[in-house]
Design a binder for this molecule. Structure first.
Ligand code: NAI
Length: 247
C-alpha cells in the first residue's frame, strides 16, 4: 500500500513523548519531513537525535500562544517551502470533580486542548488555503463522547474539538483541505503501565477487544488520514478504542 506522503511537510504538536512521538516516527518512516513541537525542547532533542535524519526539525512552543506558533510556521515554510499536514496531538488533563475544580483547572485544559487547535489551524490553514491542499488530524478522546467523572474540563475540550472539526470540514471542503479527528480509547503509555493490575483488568473487561491499544494503533490511522487513500473522508471522528464506545 503506497500512502504517497513522501516529502510532505508535517507538523506534530506534543511530539516529545507518548502518542505524538509515535506519530512522528511513523510519518518519518513513510518519508515525510516532520516538524516536532512541544513545551520541552530537551525531550524533543532526544527524539531528533534518535531519529538521526535531516527530515526532522524541532521547536519549543506553547500552542496556547498563537504568535509563537506563527513564527515557527514561517520558519518552516522558508526552510522547507511548504506545509502540508498538521497533527494536533498536544493535550493535558487536570482531573477533578466539578465540586473541587477551580477556574484555572478549567481554563488551562480548554486553552491547551481546544484553543490550541484553534491557534494552530488558524495559522496553518492560511498556507493550506493558498496551496489548495492540506490534511489536518486532531487527536480527541473517547471521553469527549461518553464523558467521565472528574474529567468535565477534558471531556468538554475534546467534544469541542469534534465540533470545530465538523465546522471547518464544511469551510475548508472547497479548498481541498481534509480535517478529521481520531478518538483514542485506552492506549498503553507510561501512565497506564503504572496502574494497579486489578484496575487495568476492570478497564479491559469493558473493551470488546479486551486489551489496551498501542501508540502504533493511533499512528497508523494518522498516516492513513493524511494520505491520498482517505481523500473522500472529512469532518469525521475515527474511534480507535477496541470497540469500547459501542457497548
Ligand atoms: P502525553 O502527556 O504523554 O504527551 C503530551 C504532549 O503534549 C507532550 O509532548 C507535551 O509536552 C505536549 N504539550 C502539552 N501541553 C502543551 C502546550 N501547551 N504546548 C505544546 N505542547 C504541549 O500525552 P499522550 O498520552 O501521548 O496523549 C496525546 C494525545 O492523545 C492527547 O491529546 C490526549 O488527550 C490524547 N489521548 C490520549 C490517550 C491515552 O491513553 N494516552 C487516550 C485518549 C486520548
Amino acid at each position: 500500500m503506497n500512502l504517497n506522503i513522501k516529502d510532505k511537510v508535517a507538523i506534530v504538536t506534543g511530539a516529545s513523548r507518548g502518542i505524538g512521538k509515535a506519530i512522528v516516527y511513523k510519518l518519518v518512516s513513510y518519508g515525510c519531513k516532520v516538524v516536532l513541537i512541544s513545551r520541552n525542547l530537551d525531550d524533543l532533542k532526544k527524539v531528533e537525535k534518535d531519529l538521526n535524519t535531516e527530515k526532522v526539525m524541532c521547536f519549543q512552543c506553547d500552542i496556547t500562544n498563537q504568535q509563537e506558533f506563527k513564527v515557527i510556521v514561517s520558519k518552516v515554510v522558508d526552510l522547507w517551502g511548504s506545509l502540508d499536514i498538521l497533527i494536533n496531538n498536544a493535550g493535558i488533563t487536570k482531573d477533578k470533580l466539578l465540586l473541587r475544580m477551580n477556574e484555572s483547572d478549567w481554563v488551562d485544559v480548554i486553552d491547551v486542548n481546544l484553543k490550541g487547535c484553534y491557534n494552530t489551524i488558524k495559522v496553518v490553514s492560511n498556507q493550506m488555503i493558498r496551496k489548495k491542499q492540506g490534511k489536518i488530524v486532531n487527536i480527541t478522546s473517547v471521553i469527549g463522547q461518553i464523558g467521565n467523572s472528574g474529567q468535565a474540563n477534558y471531556a468538554a475540550s475534546k467534544s469541542g474539538i469534534e465540533g470545530l472539526t465538523r465546522s471547518l470540514a464544511v469551510e475548508f471542503g472547497s479548498r481541498n483541505i481534509n480535517i478529521n479527528c481520531i478518538a483514542p480509547g485506552y492506549i498503553e503509555t507510561d501512565m497506564t503501565k503504572n496502574l494497579d493490575k486489578k484496575v487495568i483488568q476492570d478497564m479491559k473487561n469493558n473493551i470488546p477487544l479486551n486489551k489496551f491499544g498501542l501508540t502504533s494503533d493511533i499512528s497508523e490511522v494518522v498516516c492513513f488520514l493524511v494520505s491520498d487513500l482517505s481523500s473522500f473522508i472529512t469532518g469525521q471522528v475515527i474511534n480507535v478504542d477496541g470497540g469500547m464506545t459501542i457497548k
